[in-house]
Write a protein that binds this ligand. Structure first.
Ligand code: NDP
Length: 357
């Protein structure tokens, strides 16, 4: 085998990418992760920085093993006195929060590195998947060849593109109710959700658990969401549907974050300010597949198509996909990590089957 050809290259550095790296590294495949360019202004603007969407969120309360609140107190309650790790009993200072998104991702990255994963901090600009070994070219022209590739480039939430929206990201503006909805800043306060699809209704319904009420801004006079979800929105007394309504501007201050939303009726032109502590965008996601340039089969929504049930196979043998780039349905950190593990095992079996290892 050509020693310059990698066993496995993983493109992307969210939970799917690192899970794939941890598994392939532990299998002695010496994975190379191309994690993205941390200095790219385009990556910053469109939310495609290394470490993925979790790098853009705050507390993560739903990743198993990482409870919210005081880690020390959790361990005391979860384990018996005699089972506690030394640092609980040794009275060492502990962080007073569970884990936040960037921390969780740094830990996954380090865990992969500890097993020998090599990391290139560049974007993949193009790929050639037409022949083996596959070739990846980074944004500065470096070429990497591999027997197998795991695509784990994720998806990015769509935003409206307002400057005020950008200014208050993570301070009241979010695109993930499951990630951020339970934060204290939203408790018993009014919230705006923008969108009319299943995600918007689901996010609005979820947010009613915490907020006093939710304004659902729908730009048309009907919801795109499925009938059952529409019914759920209409019947929920805490959701107020504002038809023909669009978000004009996010209002807030440096100290408090979001304090309001200026919204406009696109039929009458009438504008009003709603006093809200949060604005959730649910206007769809875009999978990060541009660099593939049509070389892998995508589904009708533009996500990489898994071609075999319960496998991470794609339309090209030897190329596997994991995480949100191939999943427009669950979109959770834990599911991404799960499919990252699956892709690693699939790649390992492929390499063994073809006599590469
Ligand atoms: P969709 O593409 O279905 O809906 C996007 C919504 O955002 C539409 O109502 C659209 O409005 C609105 N929108 C888009 N751009 C703008 C904008 N610039 N300003 C205001 N509104 C805008 O995306 P979803 O994320 O809701 O759903 C994606 C897929 O996932 C769907 O297939 C859905 O069925 C599925 N899903 C299923 C769930 C479930 O079954 N529980 C939960 C969540 C998602 P318009 O209608 O006017 O175009």
């Amino acid at each position: 085998m050509n020693s310059n050809v990698e066993n496995v290259v993983i493109i992307g550095s969210g939970p799917a990418g690192w899970a794939a790296a941890i598994y392939t590294a532990r299998a002695n495949l010496k994975p190379l992760v191309i994690e993205g360019d941390p200095t790219s202004e385009k990556n910053r603007q469109q939310g495609t920085i290394p470490l993925g969407q979790l790098a853009l969120t705050t507390e993560v309360e739903n990743y198993p093993g990482w409870p919210s609140g005081h880690t020390r107190e959790f361990l005391k309650s979860a384990l018996g006195e005699d089972q506690q790790p030394y640092w609980v009993t040794a009275n060492k200072p502990q962080p007073n929060h569970g884990i936040n998104g960037p921390e969780l991702m740094e830990l996954m990255r380090q865990q992969a590195k500890n097993f020998g994963t090599r990391i290139v901090s560049k974007d993949v600009a193009k790929v050639d998947l037409s022949k083996q070994p596959f070739t990846m070219t980074t944004h500065d022209g470096q070429q990497v060849q591999a027997q197998t590739v795991i695509i784990a480039t994720g998806a990015r939430a769509n935003y409206l593109g307002l400057t005020s929206e950008d200014n208050f990201k993570n301070r009241g503006v979010s695109a993930c109710a499951v990630c951020d909805g339970a934060l204290p800043r939203f408790r018993n306060k009014a919230i705006v959700v923008v969108g009319g699809g299943d995600s918007a209704v689901e996010e609005a319904s979820y947010l009613t658990k915490f907020s006093s009420n939710v304004y659902l801004l729908v730009r048309k006079d009907k919801l795109r969401a499925s009938k059952i979800m529409q019914q759920r929105a209409i019947e929920n007394p805490k959701i107020e549907l504002l038809w023909h309504t669009e978000l004009e501007e996010v209002v807030g201050t440096d100290e408090s974050g979001v304090t309001g939303a200026i919204v406009k009726n696109n039929k009458t032109g009438a504008a009003q300010e709603l006093a809200v502590s949060g604005i959730f965008l649910a206007i769809g996601h875009t999978p990060n597949t541009n660099f593939l340039d049509g070389q892998l089969k995508l589904n009708e929504k533009g996500y990489v198509q898994w071609t075999t049930l319960a496998r991470t196979y794609t339309s090209v043998e030897g190329i596997f996909a994991a995480g949100d780039v191939a999943d427009d349905y669950y979109r959770q950190a834990i599911t991404a990590a799960g499919t990252g593990c699956m892709a690693a095992l699939d790649a390992e079996r492929y390499l063994a089957h073809h006599g590469h290892i």
